[in-house]
Design a protein around this ligand. Structure first.
Ligand code: NAD
Length: 256
């Protein structure tokens, strides 16, 4: 792990002093569980598909050719059935039980924070747990839409025959819970930005709303477009699970 001097100890001190901690998490918190990120070295955007992979979550392309998304989605749901939360997810759940962590804004759709025991989670990009028909709006729960997704190339509504879409926010659609996300950032005296390249707005704009200290833990590039580097108090360029394990040798939270 690349770190500057006593960075981990400085993070411990900031956490000890903080009263209201918030988290913005991205795909990097789930890579060690086995879900690839988008822009990391093994990210989905580096794969060879017959269509530009950046179009997987493009709403116009979904409406034109939903089977491309569903090829990827079947793989994602199959992976989800097998995975469990990482050390990072479990550390954050323990930090909430400890009373410090007030909420997590996650860009992820995998619900691993909730599986780890976190209660206060805002899924700004939605999740896979419900779906709806894009024509008549009929809702489908996870179990039903999972079965349909595995059985059909593109699942269609039982009522009207329209295409079914999981309640994931695609590029070109409005994000969810934006007011609550902004309010969490405003109230935080310490923000942890974890496993995100900070390239997808408006999620990437949220850290700039925090008036407290900001720690960024991310392996590799973090875009300076929405969060000026001089607003970051501590930047750790390293693995998240290793970082939190090191932090917990000092904090001794009960990780479950
Ligand atoms: P991103 O792919 O742009 O950035 C992820 C960052 O995490 C990369 O910089 C990568 O180097 C870093 N990283 C990967 N593994 C790490 C580790 N073990 N320790 C520390 N850093 C690590 O992802 P983003 O900023 O979250 O934005 C992409 C969009 O796609 C978001 O909406 C995202 O949530 C979504 N997405 C979600 C999932 C999921 O639900 N798990 C997976 C892929 C993409």
């Amino acid at each position: 792990m690349k770190k500057q001097g006593t960075s981990v100890m400085n993070c411990v001190n900031l956490l000890r002093e903080a009263q209201s901690v918030a988290v913005l998490s991205g795909a990097g918190v789930s890579t060690s569980a086995g879900i690839p990120d988008f822009r990391g070295p093994n990210g989905i955007y580096r794969r060879q598909y017959d269509v530009d992979p950046e179009r997987i979550f493009d709403i116009d392309f979904f409406l034109e050719a939903p089977s491309f998304f569903y090829r990827f989605h079947r793989e994602f749901l199959t992976a989800l059935e097998k995975i469990t939360p990482t050390y990072t997810h479990r550390f954050l759940a323990a930090l909430e039980r400890d009373g410090k962590l007030k909420g997590i804004v996650t860009q992820n759709i995998d619900a691993l924070h909730q599986q780890a025991g976190s209660q206060s989670v805002l899924e700004i990009h939605g999740g896979v747990w419900s779906s709806r028909c894009i024509s008549c709006g009929q809702s489908y729960d996870y179990k039903t839409s999972y079965k349909m997704t595995m059985a059909e190339e593109v699942p269609h509504c039982c009522g009207c025959g329209g295409v079914i879409k999981p309640n994931i926010v695609f590029f070109g659609e409005a994000v969810m819970h934006l007011n609550e996300c902004q309010s969490l950032m405003h109230k935080a005296d310490l923000l942890l930005v974890l496993g995100s390249s900070l390239t997808v707005a408006p999620a990437a704009i949220l850290p700039s709303l925090c008036k407290g200290s900001i720690i960024v833990v991310n392996k590799g590039y973090v875009s300076p477009a929405y969060l000026a580097p001089d607003r970051i108090d501590i930047r750790i360029d390293g693995d998240l699970d290793e970082f939190f394990q090191e932090l917990n040798t000092e904090l001794q939270l009960g990780i479950q």
